[in-house]
Every structure is written in structure tokens, then in C-alpha cells.
Design a protein around this ligand. Structure first.
Ligand code: SAM
Length: 275
């Protein structure tokens, strides 16, 4: 395959800038630019698209996104050591890479999305990945400010995101993602593709908005899923007792003897609407 760009290999970048990986920051770098391209391609066309990236690190995925033609990349990185390496990429692609130093959990991505279509692509730090996804699933307005999310997670988290009823991985994440998006696992990435290798396999999840999710209060849906899956092996009449138990279930037309993992997203929304 032809070189992605004329920038130096990532190993050299990491060495030159002293970017030894820090576990506390969830740093497992993808150095294979063919793989980073494969991740970026999963997001579909990037022409005229602004991409938000969380945790660019030394910039492997950032380079792939830019090489594939994104109009602009806005990348949020917490580790200041990475900024000089990212500045080299910004010089190579004038006006197309903006780096924000900071904690992605504190960034209002919705407010940053001012012009044109936005896609979010990231190899997420494992310790904040789930929270970021939930934030992107629950923005102030829906349809959301993003056209798609292409995100790398530990495989077990990916399985929870795409899970539906009667699946062992089904829980709050599966209900939220199933309610508001179409989510699929695109492909796995083995530990040895990363430096340093994590203990588990990773997976790329691709989500696009469900334009017309069942109308339902987020707060009520959160209360119901929290109570129902908090005691997932119990019958719903028991686990939902603090929220109305049997009478709530009857009102929603759901058999009180069922368990949380057998309920479809539509049934969870019915419960939330009956609260
Ligand atoms: N994108 C690079 C790649 O694919 O090789 C690095 C991915 S690494 C798994 C996660 C990155 O997220 C690291 O660069 C880390 O410093 C950064 N990071 C960790 N916590 C963060 C946070 N709260 N906000 C922004 N970036 C964060």
C-alpha cells in the first residue's frame, strides 16, 4: 500500500518526542497506518466533514482521517507531551487540524459543532470511553450534532453497546444505544496491534442516529434501566419495586414476572413513559 503521507513513521515520532505510553491515560497507541486508515474508512466519506477526535496521542488516527480528506479535524488531547507531535501534523495539513488541550469529558462538543456535518472518530481511552459515548447519546437536541460515531472500545464494551434483548451483554448501554442509534460492531483489533498491547481485544463500533427514536424521557429511561439491570436476575416486579413495581408494569402492559434482559427497547420506553 502507498504511504499515507510523507510524515515520519509513528515509532520515530514517539521516540523523538519521548511519548512513552502512560497507563493512567489509557495510552495504547495504534502505529500501523493501514489499520488507522481502516478505522477512519469505517466512518464513510470524510469529504466536507469536520471530524472530532478524542485522544489523538501521537496522531496515527488523526493522520489517517486527514489523509482521507476530512475538511477539518478538531482533536482533544489531555496529554500535553503529545502537542509538539500533533503540531507537526498541523503544519503538514495547514488550517485543517485544531488541537484542544484538555479533558474531553469537560468539552461541550455540541457547542463546537458550528458548521457543516460532523463525525466523531476516536480510539478512546478505556477509562472515559463509556462516559463519552453516553454524553454523545444524550445531547440537548436530537437528531444530534453528529452524523456518525466511529469508536474503538474494549470488545466487551462494544458487545454491550450493540446488544439487544435476550443477550447476556444487554444492559443500560444497549438500551440507550438501541433507542437512539443504529449500532454495529465493524471489526476487531487484536492486542498486538497496539503499543503497548492491552490485555484484551478491541473492537470498532459504528453508530448512526436513529432520526425518530420513540419519544421518551431520558431521565425516566435512566431510572428504569438502572433499577431493572441493577438486579437483572430478579423479576421486574421486584427490581422495579421502588418505582412502582407491579402496578407500573401492568400500566405499561408488561408481565411483572419477566426479567430485565428480556425487555425490548420499545418496552423500556413504554415503562419510562408510564412512570
Ligand atoms: N489516537 C491514538 C491512537 O489511536 O494511537 C491514541 C489512543 S490512546 C488509546 C487514548 C488517548 O486519549 C491518549 O492519547 C490519551 O492521552 C488520551 N486521553 C486520555 N484521557 C483523556 C481525556 N480525558 N481527554 C482527552 N484525551 C484523553
Amino acid at each position: 500500500m502507498a504511504a499515507l503521507d510523507s510524515l515520519p513513521p509513528l515509532r520515530e515520532v514517539i521516540q523523538r518526542h519521548g511519548l512513552d505510553a502512560r497507563k493512567a491515560l489509557g495510552q495504547n497507541f495504534l502505529l500501523d497506518l493501514n489499520l488507522t486508515q481502516k478505522v477512519a474508512r469505517t466512518a464513510g466519506t470524510l469529504q466536507d466533514v469536520t471530524v472530532f477526535e478524542v485522544g489523538p496521542g501521537p496522531g496515527g488516527l488523526t493522520r489517517a482521517i486527514l489523509a482521507l480528506g476530512a475538511k477539518k479535524v478538531v482533536a482533544v488531547e489531555r496529554d500535553a507531551r503529545c502537542l509538539p507531535a500533533l503540531a507537526e501534523i498541523a503544519d503538514h495539513y495547514p488550517g485543517r487540524l485544531e488541537v484542544i488541550e484538555g479533558d474531553a469529558l469537560k468539552i461541550d462538543f455540541e457547542a463546537l459543532a458550528s458548521e457543516g456535518p460532523v463525525k466523531i472518530i476516536a480510539n478512546l481511552p478505556y477509562n472515559v470511553g463509556t462516559q463519552l459515548l453516553v454524553n454523545w447519546l444524550l445531547p440537548k437536541t436530537w437528531p444530534p450534532f453528529w452524523q456518525s460515531l466511529t469508536l474503538m472500545f474494549q470488545k466487551e464494551v462494544g458487545e454491550r453497546i450493540v446488544a439487544s434483548e435476550n443477550d447476556d451483554h444487554y444492559g443500560r448501554l444497549g438500551v440507550l444505544a438501541g433507542w437512539r442509534t443504529h449500532a454495529r460492531m465493524a471489526f476487531d483489533i487484536p492486542p498486538q496491534a497496539f503499543t503497548p498491547p492491552p490485555k484484551v481485544t478491541s473492537t470498532v463500533v459504528h453508530l448512526t442516529p436513529n432520526e425518530n427514536p420513540i419519544p421518551c424521557s431520558v431521565a425516566n429511561l435512566e431510572r428504569i434501566t438502572q433499577a431493572a439491570f441493577g438486579q437483572r436476575r430478579k423479576m421486574l416486579r421486584q427490581s422495579l419495586k421502588p418505582l412502582g413495581g407491579e402496578s407500573l408494569l401492568v400500566k405499561a402492559g408488561i408481565d411483572p414476572a419477566r426479567r430485565a434482559e428480556t425487555l425490548s427497547v420499545e418496552e423500556f420506553c413504554r415503562l419510562a413513559n408510564s412512570l
